[in-house]
Design a binder for this molecule. Structure first.
Ligand code: SF4
Length: 696
């Protein structure tokens, strides 16, 4: 076996790495090294360095599992499992209609699998009910970008452009923990004293602003929109806006101006807690021209007003004339490994490949032609993730559910309800490489391949398509999702092709995307093997598009939209004495639901349990000591955590990471209320109380 150039299995930065045979006696089959690449420049974080450990995991699934009468599992042959699933799908469709079968996909699946899953849902199952966990990740930022720019690509510029920035405003992203190699692109801004971080918590990223490197704004949770309206008010009132850019490249300025007139700094301070002088310093710094970027993350997007909050950030960038430039811009920090590609190829309930709207007749015609079917058989829009999960087992809802690349009992909001919903299903089929917490609820578990065991492509947070390569043979008994979908499609006598070779699936995906917003038609595995900087749109005959919006935005008139947005009272603010506001987030050591990283000894040893970050004053008032076990509770659920006091957190708040399982799962407490535009749940704030259990 030789060295294999590939990319990390985890986050959307998709750091380049080299896999090579491990020395004899090593517990892991492969050695991981960082590889020089324009994004990570040879760097990896702890998660990336240790990712080889998963390939040698002893609890890997290697045969399909059937639920037994006593609640356990037994191994069965693949033919038995697939025949049983096909029969159950047929029966469910006959008795309850095609929408009684649903798919919950994942933002970590390769482009090829995301594409094939969307096609399988529409053609083989005939269902509209497909959505994915990217709904919990990027949907608000995507909805805002589509509304304002007419195009949604996380960073519409190469990440290297940030190197020359002198001012970078980061709202709600803790990239120092989630994607540390990204920090190399912020050195210029830090050296210039221009790194500005907005976070209610003094996160690792916020601490980068120390020693003159920038400013940390610590608003009350759930007040990001008001903060942004205040910054807009100041730049307009102080005539710091780029009037030429506004006149030539946007529409809607007069209405936007009126909408922020009442958000004077003193009012914003009273709502957010951020002092007026700090607000003014930030507004003036952002307007200082040359090398200014605004970046948003889940902290401001995972709210019931997430789309409007991201829109306010875009409005701020637009009035300052930042987007569509070679030295400034706005972007959002995509989270999951293929959070970008996962939303482009048909996993979303309202979209077809190429980021096309499923209700658009021309889009349906085009995709149906590529699939070789009548457009009339492609179902219409389905239900977004939270609604689909709420429908499980209910009248008119999904009764047979496939889960691919998602761990919903940990990652979905109000997770206790999700656990109950899964038990109402007629059949739950989970494909995973480990017996994840969601797989434990399954009737049938299908063992699939890990990242280094097959070929594929991912699209990183810049919209750059990268090659994942096979470096090791999978264990006997595990299968690719592409094979599983093809076998089920054959049993269901579905129309359309279901190729097994990822390169052929990619070629079909590229044809299906042709002419769409995310056009991959000029790309192929062969071309990507040359490591061309493959930014979409990449139509046939082009060299790709590293920077969007230089000449025009995505709307028909080429102009960006300034969209006025209104702040309304946030539903999750404490109203009674003793209540705290829970904020949730991530740790350096763990990725998403933790089902992979909690299995890596080095990571699990470093962060083995749920720790609740509380201000020392808050702890003292409640008689809580560092290291003590507490319950954190609300009407949705109860979790058990160990107290860690920190002066870096606001006294009225408590922070929990959401990577842990069972009674340490923070999403037992979060709300499934959703943003009316994006259907993003309210992950970031919840009202809770805390109670001592005692020292254990
Ligand atoms: Fe890079 Fe993200 Fe992997 Fe860390 S988890 S090595 S930042 S891709």
């Amino acid at each position: 076996m030789t060295e294999t150039a590939t990319h990390c299995p985890y986050c959307a930065f998709q750091c380049a790495m080299t896999l090579s045979p491990a020395p004899a006696g090593s517990p892991e089959p492969l050695t991981v090294d960082g590889r020089d690449f324009p994004t990570n420049r040879g760097g990896l974080c702890k998660k990336g360095w240790t990712s080889g450990a998963l390939l040698g995991e002893t609890d890997r699934l290697t045969a399909p599992l059937f639920r037994t009468a006593d609640g356990g599992f037994e191994e069965v042959e693949w033919d038995v499992a697939l025949d049983r699933i096909a029969e159950a799908v047929r029966q469910s469709r006959e008795e309850h209609g095609p929408d009684s079968v649903g798919i919950f996909g994942g933002g970590g699946l390769t482009n090829e699998k995301a594409y094939q899953l969307g096609k399988f849902a529409r053609l083989a199952l005939g269902t509209s009910r497909i959505d994915y966990n990217g709904r919990f990740c990027m949907s608000s930022a995507a909805a805002a970008a589509n509304r304002s720019f007419g195009v949604d690509r996380g960073l519409p510029f190469p990440v290297e452009d940030l190197d020359a920035a002198t001012t970078v405003l980061i709202l709600g992203s803790n990239m120092a923990d989630t994607m540390p190699p990204f920090l190399s692109h912020l050195q210029g801004a830090r050296a210039a004293g221009g790194l500005i971080v907005v976070d209610p918590r003094r996160s690792s990223t916020a601490r980068l602003t120390d020693d003159g490197a920038g400013l940390h704004l610590q608003p009350a949770p759930g007040t990001d929109l008001e903060l942004l309206l205040g910054l807009l008010h100041i730049v307009i009132a102080e005539r710091l806006v780029d009037e030429t850019f506004i006149a030539e490249r946007t529409t809607g300025y007069a209405a936007l101006r009126r909408s922020v007139a009442a958000w004077w700094p003193e009012r914003v301070q009273s709502v957010t807690g951020v002092p007026t002088d700090l607000l003014r310093r930030v507004a003036r710094r952002l307007a200082s021209r040359g090398g200014t970027y605004i970046l948003t993350g889940r902290g401001v997007e995972q709210h019931v007003n997430g789309t409007d909050t991201a829109t306010a950030a875009i409005n701020l960038a637009l009035v300052l004339g930042l987007p569509g430039s070679t030295d400034s811009g706005y972007g959002t920090m995509t989270g999951q490994g293929n959070g970008q590609g996962g939303r482009e190829h048909g996993q979303k309930c309202d979209q077809l490949p190429g980021y096309r709207k499923i209700v658009d007749p021309a889009a349906r015609e085009h995709v149906a032609r590529v699939w070789g079917v009548d457009p009339a058989i492609i179902p219409g829009p389905g239900l977004p993730a939270v609604e689909m999960l709420a429908s499980l087992g209910r009248e008119g809802g999904v009764r047979t559910l496939f889960v691919h690349g998602a761990n919903v009992v940990i990652s979905a909001p109000n997770a206790g309800e999700v656990r109950d919903a899964l038990t109402r299903l007629d059949l739950l089929v989970v494909s995973d490489f480990f017996l994840s917490e969601t797989a434990r609820y399954a009737d049938i578990v299908l063992p699939v391949l890990q990242w280094a065991e097959e070929e594929g492509t991912m699209t990183n947070l810049e919209g750059r398509v990268v090659r994942r390569r096979k470096a090791i043979d999978p264990p006997a008994g595990a299968r690719s999702e592409l094979w599983i979908l093809a076998e089920l499609a054959r049993r269901l006598e579905a129309p359309g092709r279901y190729d097994l070779d990822p390169a052929l699936v990619f070629d079909e995906l590229a044809r299906a995307s042709e002419g769409g917003i995310a056009d991959y038609s000029g790309l192929s595995h062969e071309l990507l093997d040359t490591e061309v900087a493959a930014y979409w749109p990449f139509p046939v005959g082009s060299t790709g598009t590293p920077r969007l919006f230089l000449d025009r935005f995505g709307h028909a008139d080429g102009r960006a939209r300034l969209v006025p947005v209104r702040a309304t009272a946030h539903p999750e603010r404490p109203t009674e004495p003793g209540q705290l506001t829970l904020i949730t987030g991530r740790l350096l050591e763990h990725y998403q639901s933790g089902s992979q990283t909690r299995r890596v000894a080095e990571l699990a040893d470093s962060q083995p349990e749920l720790r609740a970050e509380i201000h020392p004053t808050t702890a003292r008032d409640r008689g809580l000591a560092d290291g003590e076990l507490i319950t954190v509770e609300n009407h949705r659920g109860t979790v058990v955590a160990r107290v860690t006091t920190s002066t870096g957190i606001r006294p009225e708040t408590i922070f929990l990471p959401f990577h842990f399982a069972d009674d340490a799962s923070a999403n037992l407490l979060t709300s499934d209320a959703t943003d009316p535009i994006s259907a993003m749940p309210e992950f970031k704030t919840a009202i809770v109380t805390v109670h001592a259990i005692g020292a254990v």
